[in-house]
Design a protein around this ligand. Structure first.
Ligand code: AMP
Ligand code: MG
Length: 409
């Protein structure tokens, strides 16, 4: 049997980032920059005031109590031609360009401004002023021609804000894979059908689509395929026009498990692995050469927890790599204290679905009551997968174990 990290390494070796596309800036949120991006302008574009107050010449205010004559008023958005001479100040507001001759700003709270008896054409500066005080220098945030963002940067709100300031209404990012989701099984019905005798809803299709969409990847759910090799192969051909395919069910060794056979029939080179993990174990993987690079096919197991955990450990890192993320496996691994004892036989690594709670600085993990691979409730409220290595046995309450954090409480 393969270990989880061996299986993941093989999968990651088989995929690569998708080509670029240009998107409107806000539509690129969550995407990954395809190229290094240099700044086409200085930020800020000119020296400007960081405060509401008075632009001054620091030399005039070398001692406390300097009295200056106010010769101009400069609001934001209105550059001025005024040149301050010795003994002069300009009323100035946050973001307004500094007038020539001035080299510092005094906050209005540090002057007699607004005090009884103060005059509009004069200001008294309480303390001494140093050159550069409260001035935001041209280019100090980012200089023209400096690297603004590196290729491989994921675009969050901060990056989007910077790109807007640099005037990029559109940006070039890696394409996000379009994922097809294929459920196989004679027992499966659609969610809006009342299940007939022996039927259940194909809930995996929804769970997997939600996992994909959480990544910022669009997912299309294909019609359910019956347990028939030719029908599955026909659906697979359709699915392989997408960038990646997630199927669930039909990958075990049962008489009605036809996914492997169908993969062969559509020309996928099949790697069929037994991975030493629980839930999970059987995973079929293959790639089809597409015009834009390899298209991975993930044959995930049918049991609900198995398919979701397999997505998390294998498909998610692969999809992230296709999106261009530098870090394919981005989930934090942290040490947490077990809130309850866990029974485990040595042999396969366990991925227990657990809730996390903060106890002071520590995280305590309580495994969900139901851990069977078919239990739909076992993934509900799961904040983490607790990874217990293959070779180990039972774990006692209070032991430190590794949690793969899906979300922090
Ligand atoms: P299989 O891997 O096809 O043997 O399926 C294993 C278990 O998972 C069976 O109990 C199936 O009914 C169940 N299963 C398979 N596909 C789905 C699905 N799309 N949604 C929910 N359960 C499924
Ligand atoms: Mg089946």
């Amino acid at each position: 049997m393969l270990t989880v990290s061996e299986a993941r390494a093989r999968i990651l070796a088989a995929v690569r980032p998708l080509g670029p596309e240009r998107l409107d800036l806000l539509a690129a949120r969550g995407r990954v920059l395809a190229d290094d991006l240099r700044s086409g302008r200085d930020l800020p574009p000119w020296d400007n005031s960081a405060m509401d107050g008075f632009a001054v010449r620091a030399a005039d205010c070398a001692a406390a109590g300097a009295a200056l004559s106010v010769v101009a008023e400069i609001p934001a958005g209105r550059p001025t031609a005024v040149v301050l001479a010795a003994g002069q100040a300009a009323r100035i507001f946050t973001g307004a360009p500094m007038p020539a001759g001035a080299d510092a700003v005094v906050m209005q709270e540090d002057t007699d401004h607004g005090q009884p008896g103060a005059r509009a054409d004069r200001v008294v500066v309480r303390d001494r002023v140093a050159g550069g005080d409260h001035v935001r220098r041209r280019g100090e945030d980012l200089a023209e021609n400096a690297r603004a963002l590196a290729a491989g940067t994921a675009l969050g709100p901060g990056e989007i804000g910077l790109l807007a300031a640099l005037g990029h209404a559109r940006v070039t990012v890696h394409r996000a894979p379009r994922v097809a989701i294929l459920s196989t099984g004679d027992e499966l019905d659609d969610v809006d059908q009342a299940p007939g005798a022996g039927q259940i809803v194909s809930s995996n299709a929804f769970a997997l689509a939600a996992q994909a969409e959480e990544l910022g990847v669009g997912a299309v759910v294909l019609p359910i395929a019956r347990d028939d090799r030719d029908e599955i192969a026909a659906r697979m051909r359709e699915a392989l026009s997408f960038d990646a395919v997630l199927s669930s069910g039909g990958v075990s060794v049962g008489d009605h498990d036809h996914v492997k056979g169908a993969m062969g029939a559509v020309g996928l080179e099949v790697a069929f692995w037994k991975v030493a993990m629980k839930p999970g174990k059987p995973v079929a993987f293959g790639v089809l050469a597409g015009p834009e690079g390899p298209r991975p096919f993930f044959g995930l197991p049918g049991n609900s927890a198995s398919s979701m955990v397999s997505f998390e450990l294998f498909a998610r890192p692969a999809l992230r790599r296709m999106m261009g993320h530098r870090l394919a496996d981005d989930r934090p691994r942290v040490s947490v204290r077990l809130g309850a004892a866990v029974a485990k036989a040595p042999g396969r690594a366990s991925y227990l679905r657990a809730r996390l709670e903060r106890h002071g600085d520590a995280l305590v993990a309580t495994p969900n009551a139901r851990q069977s691979s078919g239990a739909l409730t076992s993934m509900v409220g799961a904040d983490a997968l607790l990874e217990l290595p293959a070779e180990r046995g039972d774990a006692a309450a209070g032991e430190l174990v590794t949690a793969i954090v899906l979300r922090l409480p």
